[in-house]
Design a protein around this ligand. Structure first.
Ligand code: 1CP
Length: 333
């Protein structure tokens, strides 16, 4: 069994597995080389051979315990025929959402459109480099996908005015998202994904009173579904204020924490295995400090089932040698 599965299934605390969010792509020169030649990002995600190659790039360099498939959370709206483009220095731009067309979308057409992602998972899972390691599939959480699909761009500068105005429309979109997320998850599992991570990158945008509707209810439905498939699920509700409550309601197999939460509080309040936490910026400074910070997390979680990771994705400007050093610290701990 892979070390990550040992931590999740058997609650081992003597192992220190590590993988890094957004480890594929972004900061590796060998990724940038491929990316330069492939200007259409969605097309690149849908090139099974290249996607598998990019997924495996970090495993060739570093002693990581998991491969996370090179794809994107916005493959879901793409699969539903909503236009998705990635503009340089801007980020994702989505086209208008045609609710009537989406309501009639079939499972077969969706699966056909995103099929190369599943082929890539199969290639990764059957590669020697992932022996004894975990192949991680992922999706965006319903709320985070609703944000992109309705806001039509990153909410970094905030949600558009009247985002919540059309309640009927929002309910309908959420229903469609939930339905196709389950299909997308099942397809990934059938192709060899051994763990599913749910990225709720914009969980922090909501007020407490809206959490039931947009986060707790739809996420719980997904988590229950994934558990029925007999696959562990990792939840990452970035920016959520009350991780303890989130864990009590959602009860994922692993909770992934962001860098703003106090790990000392988490270790006290949360019973389930924990992943992540360290601030990605730490990798941009000096090795001395990196060692200190990594050890701080390892010390805090030394008697708790813990998977080392960052508290958000690795930054594009990270020097690969810092990543190498981090993996060594964690493995030598
Ligand atoms: O390790 C990996 O890189 C695996 C593949 C992966 C994953 C897990 C990519 C490739 N994207 C994601 C998840 C993802 N995508 C999230 C959740 C995690 C997070 O919060 O970072 C989100 C919010 C997205 C949406 C997205 N895709 C953005 C963010 C836009 C914003 O709102 O600020 C961006 C810039 C992308 C493009 C993208 N996805 C992945 C890569 C390598 C890139 C960069 C593409 C490029 O080269 O231009």
């Amino acid at each position: 069994m892979s070390d990550i599965k040992e931590v999740i299934n058997n609650k081992r605390t003597d192992l220190n597995p590590i993988w890094i969010m957004r480890q594929a792509g972004r900061y590796l020169p060998e990724f940038r080389k491929i990316r330069e030649k492939n200007t259409n990002f969605i097309k690149l995600c849908l090139n099974s051979n290249l996607s598998a190659e990019i997924t495996l790039q970090p495993l060739k360099r570093f002693d990581l315990d998991a491969a996370i498939i090179f794809s994107d959370i916005l493959i879901l709206p793409y699969g539903l025929n909503q236009k998705v483009e990635f503009l340089k220095n801007v980020g994702p731009i989505l086209g208008d959402l045609n609710i009537n067309q989406m309501s009639e979308f079939t499972e077969n057409v969706f699966t056909e459109r995103v099929n190369p992602v599943y082929k890539a998972i199969d290639l990764v899972q059957n590669n020697k480099l992932t022996e004894n390691k975990s192949t991680i599939g992922f999706v965006g959480a319903p709320w985070t996908l609703l944000v992109y699909m309705l806001n039509k761009k990153s909410p970094k500068q905030g949600l558009k005015k009247n985002f919540f105005e059309d309640n009927v429309l929002i309910t309908e979109i959420l229903k469609i998202i939930e339905k196709f997320l389950k299909i997308h998850i099942k397809n990934q599992v059938d192709s060899g994904a051994e763990i599913i991570q749910i990225f709720d990158s914009w969980a922090g945008l909501l007020e407490d009173k809206d959490l039931d509707t947009y986060i707790y209810n739809p996420t719980l439905s997904l988590v229950k579904y994934i558990k029925r498939l007999n696959v562990p699920v990792i939840c990452f509700p970035r920016g959520i204020k009350d991780y303890k409550k989130y864990c009590e309601i959602i009860n994922p197999d692993v909770i992934c924490i962001d860098y703003e939460v106090d790990p000392n509080q988490i270790v006290k309040n949360v019973k389930i295995p924990v992943q992540g936490g360290m601030k990605p910026q730490i990798l941009l400074a000096d090795k001395e400090n990196l060692k200190k910070e990594a050890k701080r997390y390892l010390d805090i979680f030394k008697d708790h089932p813990y998977i080392f990771n960052l508290g958000h994705g690795i930054l594009p400007e990270t020097d690969p040698s810092m990543m190498e050093y981090l993996v060594k610290i964690v493995k030598d701990y």
